[in-house]
Design a protein around this ligand. Structure first.
Ligand code: PAN
Ligand code: ZN
Length: 194
């Protein structure tokens, strides 16, 4: 593993959705995420039959120090719970820090929320999504292949999950006839690709 705090070049594997070297890898399975879906009972039943990995991450060896820039990849598998696409849990940063997501492969989107404001950014290879400070963020795989991206962030930004677990993201991303629609909790559609 690369020494912490030293310059290095890391290789990105776009389709696999990983970075090398990685200090650690993580995975989130459907059973752990059931409660974030609109139909948790259905997610639990699916997980009981086959507790698939919904997404995995790899994090480059950047030390947790002020000023350091973290590099982490995420790969979200294609799939749905009912009509709702597989997605990340979603979080706020502990510190008031922004982040950039660089699309590497597949078709996805970035769902953002700040209070009652909800935004949707389509993501694919070649698109950089900008997450301003103070916005909760979640990514969604709206395609048939893995959706992968690189996150670039202040290493100390941190993850705060309970607000999203409690209040959700203000909208859900659902299958449409040929694509998807992004529907706010009040039923308004804010984006669609059909
Ligand atoms: C990303 C996310 C990653 C997984 O690296 O942490 O996509 O999503 P959850 O953390 O919501 O499970 C990031 O935004 N880092 O700040
Ligand atoms: Zn983040």
């Amino acid at each position: 593993m690369t020494e912490p705090g030293v310059p290095f070049g890391a290789r990105l594997f776009a389709i696999e959705g990983r970075i090398d070297p990685a200090a650690f890898d993580s995975e989130r399975r459907l059973s752990e995420l059931a409660s974030v879906f609109a139909d948790p009972a259905r997610a639990r039943a699916m997980a009981a039959a086959d507790d698939v990995v919904v997404y995995r991450g790899s994090t480059a060896p950047v030390p947790e120090r002020q000023g350091e820039v973290g590099l982490a990849t995420t790969r979200i598998e294609p799939g749905r719970v009912g009509d709702e696409f597989f997605m990340t849990h979603g979080h706020l940063h502990r510190l008031l820090e922004g982040e950039a997501y660089i699309g590497m492969a597949g078709q996805g989107g970035l769902l953002l929320r700040r209070g009652t404001e909800v935004a949707w950014v389509e993501m694919q290879a070649g698109i950089v999504g900008h997450i301003p400070p103070g916005w909760a963020h979640r990514t969604v795989n709206v395609g048939e292949e893995p959706f992968t991206f690189l996150a670039v962030y202040p290493r100390l930004a941190g993850h705060d999950y309970p607000p999203v677990a409690r209040e959700g993201m203000g909208a859900r991303v659902l299958r449409a006839r040929f694509g998807y629609r992004v529907v706010r909790d009040d039923g308004t559609e804010i984006a669609a690709r059909r």
